[in-house]
Write a new protein. Structure first.
Length: 241
């Protein structure tokens, strides 16, 4: 289970980028915890301060796994480098259908309300879904569904803190910072036990559409659903098991 802290640490952040079936992921950590996990098409894009010190690429892994995009954060403290690699390995297991829960320290930095909502996300089991209303009722105020939605969308540690498991009351897939195509792929992958590669251009279109439609009646009603591309995942070859 995630070990979640709620107080900002002020420690230097380091960035590791890794490939996945849903596109490039950016893992951010300091010495003791994961503080960010962003899809490359996350909207709005995280600031440079949120991402931290950029990793410096090496060719070590490229020689061993030529189909695997990864950077090593040269110069990072040993504890941070180890944590980033643990996160990468656990994400690989998750996308291979071999992991249902993450065992990583996570520090969630936000308002008290946001942290309360994010804590509720962690409690949603793998492969299950909850509506925004479900979360609102769970937190004791059924009328704050929209505030819940805004907090879920602001989640800085995607996948590990599973905001993708929250859908509309009708079951429609809406309101994801990386686009509804990515959110649908995560949900479908958890249900199927394996993940298919999402078309990168389609993911960018979905993310842009999410931004443009954030305040539209259709978005509010949760009427839109975008499905994933049905391809195999060549990135999986050579991944840790």
């Amino acid at each position: 289970m995630n070990r979640t802290a709620i107080n900002p640490s002020g420690q230097e952040r380091w960035l590791l980028e890794t490939g996945s079936p849903i596109g490039l992921l950016r893992i951010v950590a300091h010495t003791t915890a994961i503080v960010g996990l962003y899809h490359v098409d996350h909207s709005p894009a995280p600031t440079a301060a949120a991402l931290g010190r950029p990793a410096v690429e090496t060719d070590i892994l490229a020689a061993v796994h030529p189909d695997r995009l990864e950077c090593i954060p040269v110069g990072a403290p040993d504890a941070t480098a180890l944590l980033l690699h643990q996160a990468t390995a656990q994400l690989a297991e998750y996308f291979a259908g071999l992991r249902r829960a993450f065992d990583l320290p996570v520090e969630l930095l936000g308002t008290t309300f946001q942290r309360t909502v994010w804590g509720a996300l962690i409690e949603i089991p793998h492969g299950e879904r909850r509506s925004y209303r479900d979360l609102a009722e769970h937190l004791g105020n059924p009328s704050m569904g929209r505030a819940i939605g805004a907090a879920v969308r602001a989640n800085p540690v995607s996948v590990i803190v599973p905001g993708h498991r929250v859908v509309s009351s009708t079951g429609a897939v809406v309101g994801y910072a990386a686009g509804t195509g990515i959110k649908t792929a995560l949900l479908d992958g958890e249900s199927a036990g394996h993940f298919s590669v999402v078309n990168a251009q389609k993911g960018r279109e979905d993310a842009g559409s999410e931004t443009r439609q954030a305040h539209s009646p259709e978005h509010a009603k949760g009427d839109q659903l975008v499905t994933k591309a049905p391809h195999e995942a060549p990135w999986q070859h050579g991944m840790p098991r």
